[in-house]
Write a protein that binds this ligand. Structure first.
Ligand SMILES: Nc1nc2c(ncn2[C@@H]2O[C@H](COP(=O)(O)OP(=O)(O)OP(=O)(O)O)[C@@H](O)[C@H]2O)c(=O)[nH]1
Length: 261
């Protein structure tokens, strides 16, 4: 007798063999064979179903992983965009802040920045530092430049003047555009004598400026100086510098005048 189980065909052949026709177990064995077939068929079906659901589950997992990857890439992109956007906003904010404190034509400090710096200087003076000097500068006969060469050339001359004046100053001085063709210098820690020689240097530099295409035009500025008196209102210092400037103009222009006491 062999260990191997007979397969279906062999079993059928045995059961159909006339030799076993009278065997009382024949109907039972036929039934058992039938049941066995059914059980195997059921088992195969179950295995197929389980393979199928495994494939489905694997497919779904891959789909989810791909979706997750896509979301991750999208998120990275959004983060990059938002970082860039924030950086742009910060830069824009900085530029706006700067623009709010600068004169758009000459790039000099505007009145607002000047007033901020003046208040800082007042604080320093209150803490016992040397006083500062204010200088009001005004281009002489500027209307003639505009009339003779046009407003655009007038603008260029103002920029040249702004640049020339600024170059004569120290790092901690400030040159602001006060109005039209008027500039204000804030010279911290500077008494009248030192301020006077600085302004003479500024005036000399302006005189040396030449307009392209017209070497004959003589540019000049008039100046009014006033040194801050401890505890006075800043408006008063400005007023005295302005009055000195008016006198410089009245006295013939291209000169500096020191504020009277
Ligand atoms: N091109 C140009 N001209 C300006 C600007 N701001 C003011 N001005 C001109 O500057 C001139 C100032 O004229 P005035 O106040 O009569 O003074 P001025 O001709 O300089 O004469 P004095 O100050 O008395 O020496 C005017 O013609 C203004 O139009 C500017 O931003 N650009």
């Amino acid at each position: 007798m062999t260990d191997r189980l007979p397969d279906d065909t062999e079993l059928e052949r045995l059961l159909a063999d006339p030799e076993h026709r009278d065997n009382p177990l024949l109907p039972l064995l036929s039934l058992l064979l039938e049941r066995d077939r059914e059980q195997r068929a059921r088992l195969e079906r179950l295995l197929r179903i389980s393979d199928c659901s495994y494939d489905m589950a694997r497919g779904q997992t891959q789909d989810l992983l791909q979706q997750y990857d896509r979301q991750l890439r999208r998120l990275e992109k959004i983060t990059r965009i938002s970082d860039r956007y924030q950086r742009n906003l910060l830069e824009l904010n900085e530029q706006l802040k700067k623009a709010a404190l600068r004169d758009p034509l000459t790039g000099l400090a505007n009145r607002r920045l000047l007033m901020e710096r003046l208040h800082e200087e007042l604080e320093r003076c209150r803490r016992g530092r040397e006083p500062f000097t204010l200088v009001m500068l005004d281009a002489d006969h500027f209307k003639r430049i505009n009339d003779a060469f046009g407003h655009d050339m007038g603008d260029r001359v103002l920029c040249m003047m702004a640049d020339t004046i600024s170059r004569q100053l120290r790092d901690y001085d400030l040159c602001a555009r006060w109005g039209g063709e008027e500039f204000m210098l804030l010279l911290p820690n500077t008494g009248l004598e030192q301020a006077t020689s600085m302004v003479e240097r500024v005036m000399e530099a302006v005189r040396a400026l030449r307009l392209e295409g017209d070497e004959q035009i003589q540019l000049s500025v008039s100046a009014g100086l006033s040194t801050y008196r401890p505890d006075e209102a800043i408006d008063l210092t400005i007023y005295r510098a302005d009055s000195a400037l008016i006198r410089a103009k009245q006295n013939g222009r291209d000169r500096l005048q020191v504020a009277q006491r």
